[in-house]
Design a protein around this ligand. Structure first.
Ligand SMILES: [Fe+2]
Ligand SMILES: [Fe+2]
Length: 229
């Protein structure tokens, strides 16, 4: 699940301390500690079309973001992975196009992504984690799409490994990754709300959003990107 927010790369460079004093966003951070957030919320069958629509947009954005990431200066093993990653997302997008019967809106240029690898790695890790959460929701309604979730697990696993590598490396890179993670995390509630924007999803949005936030928050804490509080 990738965002179409043009401000993304700018926000990733916002001063870190500014973000610590915002009570509403801080409340979301606190929700990471919610103990009952592990189970995905089941959705009724009438939500399927809305979810597929969201995926059409998100998979297109994933593909464009990876194409943009491939133009950046990334480590050689990452470059090799991104080629396979791009193929996977192309296939996912083609599946959703076939199911929905139309193509996503074209865009004139690729989305901007952070130039520095630690920040870019956090962004890719974050959005792939979000994609995995949505794929888990989707597969509950459409078990025939389980292979998409399997791919998302591989994508998340790869970037998680890269995050571990970055956090275990020189201090500056690790610090940049942590600051980027906090900035990305602060935007996540809005991103999730945007991706759950559909009337049929209205009754489920608060619980879904809180569970997705909690799961990703725990993932980031376990990876060492966010601090547990
Ligand atoms: Fe995908
Ligand atoms: Fe993916």
């Amino acid at each position: 699940m990738y965002t179409d927010d043009a401000c993304q790369s700018t926000l990733l460079t916002l001063p870190f301390l500014e973000s610590l004093d915002n009570p509403p966003e801080f409340a979301y951070y606190e929700s990471v500690m919610s103990p009952d957030a592990a189970t995905p919320t089941p959705l009724p069958p009438e939500c399927e079309t809305a979810l597929l629509e969201r995926f059409l947009k998100a998979e297109a954005m994933a593909l464009w973001t990876i194409r943009s990431a491939r133009l950046q200066d990334v480590p050689p093993n990452v470059y090799a992975f991104l080629r396979k990653h791009e193929e996977d997302e192309e296939q996912h997008l083609a599946q959703f196009e076939t199911m929905i019967g139309r193509q996503p809106r074209e865009r004139e240029r690729l989305p901007s992504v952070p130039r520095q690898w630690p920040a870019l790695a956090v962004q890719l890790y974050g959005y792939e984690s979000l994609g995995l959460e949505f794929a888990t929701l989707l597969v509950a309604l459409r078990p025939d799409l389980a292979s998409i979730r399997e791919d998302e697990l591989v994508h998340v696993g790869f970037f998680e490994q890269e995050i571990h590598r970055i956090l275990g490396s020189e201090t500056a890179a690790a610090e940049q990754a942590r600051l980027s993670a906090l900035a990305w995390w602060r935007k996540l509630p809005r991103t999730i709300d945007r991706y759950l924007e559909a009337e049929v999803l209205d009754p489920f949005r608060p619980l879904l959003a809180s569970r997705i936030l909690s799961t990703i928050g725990r993932r980031f804490i376990t990876a060492g990107l966010l601090k547990d509080r």
